[in-house]
Design a protein around this ligand. Structure first.
Ligand code: NAP
Length: 353
């Protein structure tokens, strides 16, 4: 089954990989963001700032999507602002598409901060693991909860089915997006190799030792398409991770080998990338020049803060996929390959040496 998809946040790590999957399956795809530049030519670009309700409604007019995939967010200084801004972005979009009268399903991508708490109260208490969709909401403000409630109200008002997708750290192709651990580690390794610095695991002792998981952005795309087209999956909030588990203490040296750097033995203490890479902006242009790379700017490629936050957690973080499995989603990915596949593409496309 295919239809007319509107991918909101089409240049991001979730949206970009989803758009490719939809095209491969024969969907008509329109993609919305503020700067829809360099898009696959088969995607109809829709440029609008989701915070501008009138602009969104004008931009979306006539697109008549059957399926809406909301794969975007905006990072603000406080969770109160995150709730306000990200709530309005979703509300404006759903009001605009409601006027089209064509929408059958809306999928919303949120994440494991549903269980871990927002950045300002992040992973302060140990939630029960593995994370399960039926765990109660945490007693903190959280823009994911605001967005879910807006989605549920609009589904009631407009008569569409919905799905909510909760990935862990996304590993996959995207350039210049807000949070991308795979690209961040590839850039970090390149800088270590070129400058002779040690390649340190930047995170906590707890993450080094614990069982954890990640989400391949391609698998999230599969999950989004499956839920949007499978009646049994309608009106469910669903975790989505690769389906294997690993410990960073095993994966880190393997990723180092894939990135052609020697890992420094873990000291037991965090070594945040934001501090290690404080001078990356001065170092990167020379690496770009020496290797003839595409000059995208290290600050646009690497999200040091996000990888530090992810790997610096002191709570155990892994995720139950049982609910999706019981509804019929059988997709799995090998997490090491999620990273190494991305590293190979980053080299092939001259993003890292
Ligand atoms: N990345 C991860 O590792 C990760 C992990 C778990 C959960 N999540 C969650 O997944 C969801 C989707 O995030 P993502 O990481 O896929 O996003 P992303 O890669 O940062 O991409 C964001 C997309 O939204 C567009 N956008 C941003 N602000 C906009 C605005 N005001 N108006 C219109 N378009 C706008 C961006 O393009 P323009 O800048 O051109 O507008 C881009 O296309 C979020 O809830 C996030 O918290 C992400």
């Amino acid at each position: 089954m295919s239809g007319r998809a509107l991918v909101v946040g089409v240049t991001g790590i979730s949206g970009g990989n989803l758009a490719q999957r939809l095209l491969a399956d024969g969907w008509e795809v329109a993609g919305l963001c503020r700067r829809p530049e360099g898009l696959d030519q088969r995607i109809t670009p829709i440029a609008a700032d989701l915070l501008d309700a009138e602009a969104v409604s004008a931009a979306v007019r006539g697109s008549a999507p059957t399926h809406v995939f909301f794969t975007t967010w905006s990072r603000r200084a406080t969770e109160a602002e995150n709730c306000d801004v990200n709530g309005r972005m979703l509300q404006n979009l759903l009001d605009a598409t409601a006027a089209e009268g064509s929408v059958r399903h809306v999928a919303l991508v949120t994440g494991l901060k549903h269980y871990l708490g927002p950045f300002e109260a992040y992973a302060t208490v140990q939630p029960d693991t593995p994370f399960s969709e039926d765990q109660p909401r945490l007693p903190y403000e959280n823009f994911y909860y605001v967005q879910e409630d807006i989605l549920f109200a609009a589904a009631e008002r407009d008569g569409f089915t919905w799905s909510v997708h909760r990935p862990h750290t996304l590993i996959g192709w995207a350039l210049g997006n807000a949070m991308n651990m795979g690209v961040t580690l590839a850039v970090y390794a390149a800088i270590c190799r070129e400058t002779g610095r040690g390649f340190h695991f930047p995170g906590s002792h707890e993450q080094w030792e614990a069982v954890t998981d990640v989400t391949d952005a391609g698998l999230l795309a599969d999950h989004l398409v499956w839920a949007a087209t499978t009646p049994a999956a309608a009106n469910h909030a669903l975790n989505i991770v690769n389906g294997d588990v690993f410990r960073w203490r095993r994966l880190w040296p393997r990723l180092a080998a894939a990135l052609s750097v020697d890992p420094v033995p873990f000291s037991g203490e965090p070594a945040p990338l934001e501090q290690q890479m404080a001078d990356a902006g001065e170092i990167w242009p020379e690496i770009v020049r020496r290797h003839g790379l595409r000059d995208l700017g290290v600050d646009s490629l690497a999200s040091w803060w996000h990888t530090d936050a992810d790997l610096g957690r002191t709570v155990e973080t892994f995720t139950d996929m049982g609910h999706s499995r019981r509804l019929g989603f059988l997709g799995v990915r090998d997490s090491e390959s999620s990273f190494t596949g991305l590293f190979a593409r980053l080299r092939a496309e001259r993003i890292v040496p």
